[in-house]
Design a protein around this ligand. Structure first.
Ligand code: RP5
Length: 164
């Protein structure tokens, strides 16, 4: 199976980004985690993305806060799908990172999830891999069904409390 590359701009992003790693682990999808910054270590970020496809990656998650150009910089050097996570850090609470990540000009796409949306970033990777992997598709269906069950049982508890 292909790997997911999880790249973050700073180790201060790790509390959010680790949720993506945990989600991939839950699905048995292999991954690597790295701290590469578009402005502090641009050469490392570039080399990672230039070589990602030949190094066995199938998708890349790029998480960064503030003036977040990491996902775009990664996407510039690979044709693998890149999923950006705007991180809530700094005085603008992630709005800066959201706009920087989502507003890519035509030609170099970055699929952007919600601010701090690490779980969805990982789930999107699983969905991409599931196109050619039936066992992952099955695991995704089971997770959806389990999530539905959880909400139904919460609904039951609330209804019992209020609707006599
Ligand atoms: C971004 O700046 C990082 O992704 C992080 O979200 C933010 C702050 O980085 P640190 O100053 O905590 O290293 O590049």
């Amino acid at each position: 199976m292909k790997k997911v590359g999880i790249i973050m701009g700073s180790d201060s992003d790790l509390p959010v980004v680790s949720k993506a790693a945990q989600t991939l682990k839950d699905f048995g999808v292999p991954f690597e985690v790295h701290v590469f910054s578009a402005h502090r270590t641009p050469e490392e970020a570039k080399q990672f993305s230039l070589n990602a496809r030949k190094n066995g990656f199938g998708a890349i998650i790029a998480a960064a806060g503030m003036a977040a150009h990491l996902a775009g910089a990664i996407a510039a050097n690979t044709t693998l799908p890149v999923i950006g996570i705007p991180i809530n850090s700094g005085k603008l609470s992630g709005i800066d990172a959201l706009l920087s990540t989502v507003q890519m000009p035509s030609g170099i796409p970055v699929a952007t999830v919600a601010i701090d949306g690490a779980v969805n970033a990982a789930l999107l990777c699983v969905e991409i891999f599931s196109v050619t992997d039936d066992s992952l598709a099955e695991k995704l269906s089971k997770k959806r069904a389990a999530d539905t069950e959880k909400v139904l049982s919460k609904n039951k508890a609330v209804e019992e409390q209020f609707n006599n």
